[in-house]
Each structure stands twice: as structure tokens, then as C-alpha cells.
Design a protein around this ligand. Structure first.
Ligand SMILES: Nc1nc2c(c(=O)[nH]1)N[C@H]1C(S)=C(S)[C@@H](COP(=O)(O)O)O[C@H]1N2
Ligand SMILES: [Mo]
Length: 542
């Protein structure tokens, strides 16, 4: 009899323990379902407001805007174009952890749990409204998502609640002493909430892509104009076609991408407008895409490079751009450069996603082929590269010249206004520094002894490249053979036939620009105005 009683006590205790753990796990699951519901509902609402206003995108954007330049630079270097994916995964991982914690919190106190969900909604809303292009409506996805999720959490936590403890007088059977929650009710509610959320999320996706269908169609239907001034043919010898050497023209799919956009803006070319206004603009204008097509069209090869490109880095590409001369448009609007007495020395280009990029008026109007580009390598601009219109200015780093998804050009002064990257600690003005890169052999390659072609690219946009030299193990510099020059605004390939002997060797390269200035060997960081130093590659000849 006593034995029996002990056994049943032990059984009860273990059952109770198991049910405690079971409830905790289900509470965490409720948190996850509520979190999923918040994001799904937000996805649906942001499809109506605008895709960029979703909480993950907004918080990600806010993190990008506030990250110190060194960190941002590190992220771009470390993860390249994947940096944004890594950021979003990080946010979702954090949210997952918080969602489970909030679910457990709701088990103890349902009101507190739901209140915690609302706090996250407020964070998302503040981030969305605070984006450069944010408007009050951008708070809606986070707020509506959080309110619905708070309700869902309240409901699920309610199903996990234990019935009130019976008074001791009512006896002591295991089930009643520890109570049991409404398991069936929980499963039904949780399944319903998860299914409804998934449907809301999918519907949101659908809506977003149908809203964007117009932009996709406008790009698809666009026939690029025949240029009035075609790009000079690339000289036969400009592309050395050496294995491992970057091609002279970078295909669009391989072209580097650097921007702060977590959602690539998709603009319908038919609805696109560009306003030119500001200080010293005698005749402000607004032009549409068709207006640009009716203008004189130029086509040029221009090499674009990012200021975040470290020595030897990949953030450089050369494309054939087609578009209109920006200086012509400015002149028609009555703009004069400072050297002709104009009051504005800075052009601030603004994109649909709130990016601002400041470019010297003098540079744009000094006769170089600064353009509003509509096409890249024979296609309309890819969405990721600025469709329908972006700026390209030979000789300046992208962050001070190459605004994508352009929508507004304001004339002002450098004293009066700091553009986005300048606020982040980068230089106001940043002409491209003369640099060179060894593309082949790759670091730690092991070529056979004998003649090894060492080849790469060198660039000093708008000054041109006049000489490239290579040295081995700090020895004398050897003159590399330059590929034919396409133009001052494009990079130039080079090759040096290295009589390689066995062993570990360090190759270094340096270029001299068209003014006769040789690339400095002094190492400088990318912040604030571009990296310097000689690219070196270590190889094991064996
Ligand atoms: N709207 C917008 N334009 C932008 C940027 C951006 O973040 N947003 N980044 C600039 C930078 S830093 C560079 S290097 C070039 C890169 O252009 P790409 O992505 O087409 O190579 O775009 C520039 N234009
Ligand atoms: Mo850049």
C-alpha cells in the first residue's frame, strides 16, 4: 500500500515536470507563431504602403545608415554584395530569439507578453518613418503587424493557461492537482494562426510583385535609342584575353554592386521624372524618360570604381553606358559652373530611396562625358544598377558621382549641404586615385617555373594610364606591356612575362597615370577618400 502510494507520487511528479517543460516549449512556439504573424501581416500591409517599409527592411536600413563607415566598409569587404543578406539574416535570428522569450513571458503574464510584442512594433515603425525617404504611412506595416501579433499571442497564451487550482478539499488526484491546459484548443488556435499568417505573407508577396509588374514591363519593353555619338570601337588590342585576367568590358551580371538598398527600387520608366532645380538654376525643369530619349544620345565606355575598394579589391567594373550629357541639361536649365560665375558648386543627386550623392558642378561641366545613363552594355540599366536612370561621371568614385534610381538634382554648395556618405565620414570630394591590380596569378597559386604571364588592370579614370611596372621580391621594377588604350576614362590591361624560378615569391604592381604621377606605395585606408598602396600577390613557383 505504502509502496503504491510512493509510486503514484513519483509518477505524478514526473508527469508534472514533463507538462511544465511541454508548456514552456509550447509557449516559445506561441512566441514564434506570433513573430511570424507580425512579419507576415507587415509584409501584406507593406505591399500596399511600399515594400521598403516592412520592419526587417526598415530596421536593416536604419542599421546601415547608422553603422560607422569602418564597419560598413568591413561588411562590404567581408560579405560583398551578400552583406545585406547577412544583415537581414542577423535581424531575423535576433527576432527569433526574442519571439521565443516573449512567448515564455506571456505564459507568466499574458498582458506583459503582448505589450512586449507592441514594443517591437514601435521599433519597426520608428525605423521605417526615420528612413531618409520615410513617411508617416511607413509606420503602418510594423504597427498593424504588431497589433495583430499581440492579439495572437494573447490568444495562444490563453490556451496554455492552467485551470484554477482546485481547493485541497477536492482531493488530490494527479491530473487535478497540477491541472492541465486546453491542449486541443492550443493546437487548433496555433495551426489557424500559422496558416492565416502564411496566407497573409504570400498574399503580400503576390501584391508586391503585381505592383512591380509595371516597372518590370517598362524595362522589358524599352528599346534603347541608337546613339547620336556612338562609343568609339574598343581597339583590337585593348583586351589581352589572358586566362584569369578581367575582361575589358564587365558583363552586367558580373558588375559589382554597392548600395544601401535592402529592397532594390523598381520604378516604371513611364512614371519616372527628374527635377532639376536649386541655386542658380534660372529655368528649373522636370523631365520624363521620353524627354531624355528625344535628346542627343551619347554612348561611352567608362570604368566605375567604389571608394570602398581596397587595394586589389573587386569593386570596379567597366561598362558601355548610353545616355544623355548631364552638362547639356544643366546648361539648358541656366546653370553656370563656378569658374563662369555660377553660385552653386555642388550637384546633389537624390534617388527614389532617399540616397543623396554630391558631385562638383565644375567637374560635371568641364567637358568630360558625365552622363545620365539609361543603358548598360546594350541593355536598359538592370534594376540593381539604377533603372531607369543613373548618373555616371568619369574620374570620380561612385559615392560622389554615380547616383542610381535618380529622381532629383539640386544645385547647392558644399558649404551648405553634406550628402549621405559625407555625413558618414567620407570626403566631400573624391577623384579616383591611380591604382593597379594583379589578376593573375592568383594569391598562393603555384605556377610551374619558366615564363609566367603576370597580368592585371590599372586605372586612373580621366587621366589615363601611361605605364605599369611589376617587381618581384622587392627587386627592380620591370616595365609591363600595356594593352591598347581605349580612352582616358577606362581601365587598361597590362601583362609582364615573368621568368619565374622555383620558390615563394612576392609580386607587386604600380601604375603611372597620364600626368606622369606614379601610384603611391604608401598604404592608406579606404576611408575617407579611397585606398592607396601597391597590390601584392604571393605565389609558390614549383
Ligand atoms: N541610390 C543609390 N545610388 C548609389 C549608391 C547607393 O547606395 N544608392 N551607392 C553608390 C556607390 S558607393 C557606388 S560605388 C556606385 C555603385 O554602382 P553599382 O552598384 O552599379 O556598381 O553606386 C553609387 N550610387
Ligand atoms: Mo562606392
Amino acid at each position: 500500500m505504502t509502496e503504491d502510494r510512493n509510486d503514484s507520487h513519483r509518477l505524478e511528479a514526473s508527469r508534472a515536470r514533463r507538462s511544465r517543460w511541454g508548456r514552456a516549449a509550447l509557449a516559445a512556439l506561441s512566441g514564434l507563431i506570433a513573430g511570424f504573424c507580425a512579419l507576415a501581416v507587415a509584409e501584406l500591409v507593406s505591399a500596399v504602403v511600399r515594400p521598403e517599409a516592412g520592419p526587417v527592411t526598415a530596421v536593416g536600413g536604419a542599421v546601415i545608415d547608422r553603422a560607422p563607415p569602418a564597419l560598413k566598409d568591413f561588411a562590404v569587404r567581408k560579405f560583398g554584395t551578400e552583406d545585406k543578406l547577412v544583415l537581414q539574416l542577423g535581424i531575423v535570428t535576433l527576432l527569433t530569439v526574442f519571439a521565443m522569450a516573449i512567448g515564455m513571458l506571456a505564459l507568466r503574464n499574458r498582458r506583459t507578453g503582448s505589450a512586449a510584442v507592441l514594443v517591437f512594433g514601435v521599433v519597426g515603425a520608428v525605423a521605417a518613418v526615420g528612413r531618409p525617404e520615410g513617411s508617416p504611412a511607413d509606420a503602418l506595416p510594423s504597427v498593424v503587424g504588431a497589433v495583430v501579433a499581440a492579439g495572437v499571442l494573447h490568444l495562444l497564451a490563453g490556451r496554455l493557461a492552467l485551470p484554477p487550482r482546485p481547493s485541497p478539499a477536492a482531493g488530490e488526484t494527479g491530473e487535478e492537482a497540477y491541472g492541465s491546459f486546453d491542449r486541443r484548443g492550443f493546437v487548433i488556435a496555433a495551426t489557424a494562426a500559422a496558416t492565416a499568417s502564411a496566407s497573409a505573407g504570400l498574399l503580400g508577396r503576390r501584391l508586391t510583385s503585381s505592383v512591380q509588374a509595371g516597372a518590370t514591363a517598362s524595362r522589358h519593353d524599352l528599346v534603347l535609342p541608337v546613339p547620336d555619338s556612338a562609343a568609339p570601337a574598343v581597339p583590337a588590342g585593348a583586351d589581352l584575353r589572358i586566362r584569369g585576367l578581367s575582361s575589358f568590358v564587365t558583363p552586367n551580371k558580373d558588375f559589382y554592386r554597392v548600395d544601401t538598398a535592402l529592397v532594390v527600387p523598381r520604378i516604371d520608366a513611364g512614371e519616372w521624372r527628374l527635377r532639376i532645380h536649386g541655386k542658380g538654376v534660372a529655368r528649373p525643369v522636370t523631365v520624363g524618360f521620353d524627354d531624355l530619349l528625344r535628346r542627343e544620345i551619347i554612348e561611352r565606355h567608362i570604368t566605375l570604381v567604389c571608394v570602398s575598394n581596397e587595394v586589389g579589391g573587386p569593386y570596379i567594373g567597366n561598362a558601355r553606358w548610353i545616355g544623355v550629357r548631364l552638362a547639356d541639361l544643366l546648361r539648358e536649365a541656366g546653370v553656370r559652373p563656378p569658374s563662369k560665375g555660377g553660385p552653386a558648386d555642388q550637384i546633389v543627386a537624390r534617388s527614389v530611396d532617399g540616397m543623396t550623392i554630391g558631385t562638383p558642378v565644375e567637374t560635371v561641366m568641364d567637358g568630360r562625358d558625365a552622363m545620365l545613363a539609361l543603358g548598360m552594355n546594350g541593355e536598359p540599366l538592370p534594376f540593381a544598377h539604377g533603372f531607369p536612370v543613373r548618373m555616371v561621371v568619369p574620374g570620380l568614385y561612385g559615392y560622389v558621382s554615380a547616383c542610381k534610381w535618380l529622381t532629383d538634382i539640386e544645385l547647392t554648395t558644399f558649404d551648405a549641404y553634406d550628402a549621405y556618405w559625407v555625413e558618414q565620414g567620407w570626403a566631400q570630394q573624391a577623384p579616383v586615385k591611380t591604382e593597379s591590380r594583379i589578376d593573375t596569378p592568383r594569391p598562393f597559386a603555384s605556377p610551374k617555373p619558366g615564363t609566367v604571364p603576370v597580368a592585371g588592370v590599372a586605372w586612373a579614370q580621366h587621366r589615363g594610364i601611361s605605364r605599369v611596372e611589376v617587381r618581384v621580391d622587392g627587386g627592380p621594377w620591370h616595365l609591363a606591356r600595356l594593352a591598347a588604350e581605349d580612352s582616358l576614362d577606362t581601365w587598361r590591361q597590362w601583362v609582364w612575362e615573368w621568368p619565374a624560378s622555383s620558390g615563394r615569391h612576392t609580386l607587386e604592381v604600380r601604375a603611372t597615370d597620364g600626368t606622369g604621377a606614379t601610384q603611391t606605395g604608401r598604404r592608406a585606408d579606404t576611408v575617407p577618400s579611397g585606398a592607396t598602396g601597391w597590390h601584392s600577390v604571393v605565389v609558390d613557383v614549383s
